[in-house]
Write a protein that binds this ligand. Structure first.
Ligand code: HEC
Length: 145
């Protein structure tokens, strides 16, 4: 009986550790079933659209075509906030809160962009980018070579 406990308890502890920590880290880097990694989502969708939107905030578009391009950027960032919450990727409340900030900020930016309101777009952009910092502080690997 003692033997079973000595062997069994650490095994149980290890199993619980894998169950709680293992899948959580897996989900941060990738969803459960779909192939897109968080790294690809960030470098392929989030970063380029955030950079383009930031450019438009610094120097407002001068024609409809420019505003339409910004609307595309904001709408794609809005969509990214849903992808971040899908497929079991979200590990905790910090992540969920940041995704919500990204969603609401990009939606507000889109509204201002539709009205070609440069000041409103800048304000919304600023609040939206708080999502990047909040989530990265908690979940982005500290140092990648
Ligand atoms: C809900 C969480 C979350 C939000 C919100 C978020 N990110 Fe990320 N981001 C991550 C995680 C996690 C990584 C690390 C991915 C990895 O390397 O596995 C990352 C990595 C990155 C990277 C590095 C990608 C690379 O090439 O290694 C960039 C750039 C980036 N994010 C940009 C942004 C920007 C810009 C925003 C805001 C518009 C943003 N992220 C919002 C979670 C988030």
């Amino acid at each position: 009986m003692k033997r079973i406990l000595i062997v069994g308890l650490p095994t149980l502890a290890a199993l619980l550790l894998i169950l709680t920590i293992g899948p959580a880290t897996g989900q941060v880097k990738k969803g459960k079933t779909r192939p897109l990694t968080t790294h690809q989502l960030m470098s392929g969708l989030v970063r380029p659209n955030c950079a383009a939107l930031g450019k438009g905030v610094k120097k407002a578009p001068t024609d409809d075509k420019g505003w339409h391009a910004l609307a595309t950027n904001a709408a794609l960032l809005n969509e990214a906030s849903y992808v971040l919450m899908a497929d079991g990727r979200c590990p905790d409340g910090v992540w969920a809160g940041a995704a919500k900030t990204l969603r609401e900020g990009s939606a507000a930016a889109l509204k201002s962009i539709d009205q070609q309101d440069a000041a409103g777009t800048a304000t919304a952009f600023k609040s939206m980018t708080q999502a990047c910092a909040a989530c990265h502080k908690a979940h982005r690997p500290k140092k990648k070579k």
